[in-house]
Write a protein that binds this ligand. Structure first.
Ligand SMILES: NC(=O)C1=CN([C@@H]2O[C@H](COP(=O)(O)OP(=O)(O)OC[C@H]3O[C@@H](n4cnc5c(N)ncnc54)[C@H](OP(=O)(O)O)[C@@H]3O)[C@@H](O)[C@H]2O)C=CC1
Ligand SMILES: Cc1cn([C@H]2C[C@H](O)[C@@H](COP(=O)(O)OP(=O)(O)O[C@H]3O[C@@H](C)C(=O)[C@@H](O)[C@H]3O)O2)c(=O)[nH]c1=O
Length: 299
């Protein structure tokens, strides 16, 4: 029997890649859902439903229509600066809607795979965070994502929470970019870019998010999984790797401290994630950053 898979947030940067990758697999019948109309109609073997999942009635109708065996939630308010000043909106999609998805999955017997973030951690550690480590978010986006995780764990008996970090890859018009794209664009235009040299991350190639999800569809394991790259480096180092791989001018990269950057939203200093659990239990194997950059820029 083919599995019916529902990808929520299917117009988003990560959700679209997941939708495309899963719809290439004949074992699945895939439906994408997003707030707005399909951003790339006719581009793959999937059905598409526009719905506002924050509206109870629309969410209920979506589940009634699709009757999914697996639900993947890639919808969110995923811009920390915006969440910081729009608490209610952030709460509605990052917490309340997530709780409702979890409840519907539980009632219907569907497996729930929910995307979360390294920003649940404070960043005060000097070591890669493991799934068992205690979260303590430093911004409102992180607070909402942590509460979303808690709802899933409370309400679902068949779930996986996938924490990902600084997702990079090619984007479609209309999607928000990522810092690697910004670096490449600026350097190609001969413009300088300031990048923080004191925020450490484990960047995730967007195709590896799909890889993690496919593994978690096959496994029945419950719990949290860190799914990201294996290299932990600063944003400045990531920028240098982009310049290096694309043969662009290094001197346009201006490393600065978080203090000098004057970011309005606090961010964790060190939020690298350990992928040992995913490697051991799922056989997850991420691309290297260099491989990911080459795939992203098609070189
Ligand atoms: N991007 C990153 O680097 C990281 C992302 N994450 C997590 O991964 C997930 C995906 O992030 P990302 O790819 O950046 O997401 P995007 O911001 O690119 O996409 C989010 C999608 O959610 C959809 N959406 C928002 N509100 C609603 C609603 N009320 N009803 C239906 N759909 C809605 C939007 O639909 P539409 O476009 O149709 O309006 C949008 O396409 C999130 O959970 C995020 O927290 C975690 C770590 C890093
Ligand atoms: C735009 C920009 C960002 N940065 C840094 C800040 C930050 O550490 C990193 C990424 O910046 P962004 O603004 O893209 O995203 P930011 O909001 O920091 O990143 C987060 O997004 C949310 C959704 C997550 O869940 C996190 O995992 C993380 O990826 O790059 C610079 O150094 N220079 C710049 O010009």
């Amino acid at each position: 029997m083919k599995k019916k898979i529902l990808v929520i947030g299917a117009n988003g940067f990560t959700g679209r890649r997941v939708l495309n990758d899963l719809s290439c697999n004949d074992e699945y019948i895939v439906t994408g859902c997003s707030l707005h109309d399909d951003i790339a109609p006719g581009s793959g073997n999937y059905h598409f439903i526009s719905a506002d999942v924050c509206q109870m009635g629309e969410q209920a109708a979506l589940f009634r229509e699709v009757r999914p065996n697996v639900v993947i939630n890639a919808s969110a308010l995923s811009v920390p600066d915006y969440c910081e000043t729009h608490h209610e909106e952030a709460e509605s999609i990052n917490i309340t809607a997530v709780g409702q998805f979890a409840f519907r999955c539980e009632v219907s017997g569907a497996r729930f795979i929910h995307l979360s973030t390294d920003f649940v951690f404070s960043g005060d550690s000097g070591q890669l965070y493991k799934e068992v480590d205690t979260p303590a978010p430093v911004n409102y986006y992180g607070v909402t994502k942590l509460k979303g995780e808690q709802r899933v764990a409370e309400l679902c008996s068949n779930y996986a929470i996938m924490r990902i970090a600084v997702v990079y890859g090619a984007t479609l018009p209309g999607q928000h970019g990522n810092v690697l794209q910004l670096v490449a664009d600026r350097l190609r235009n001969n413009e300088e870019i300031k990048v923080v040299s004191d925020q450490w991350r484990t960047p995730t190639y967007v195709g590896d998010v799909s890889q993690g999800i496919e593994k978690l569809i096959q496994h029945s394991n419950n719990g949290i999984y860190h799914i990201c790259g294996s290299e932990c480096l600063t944003i400045a180092d990531i920028a240098y790797r982009v310049a290096d791989t694309l043969n662009l001018d290094y001197s346009l990269i201006l490393p600065v401290t978080t203090k000098q950057m004057e970011e309005t939203t606090p961010r964790p200093r060190f939020s690298g994630l350990s992928i040992e659990k995913a490697r051991t239990e799922l056989g997850y194997q991420p691309h290297t950053l260099e491989e990911g950059i080459k795939l992203m820029f098609n070189i």
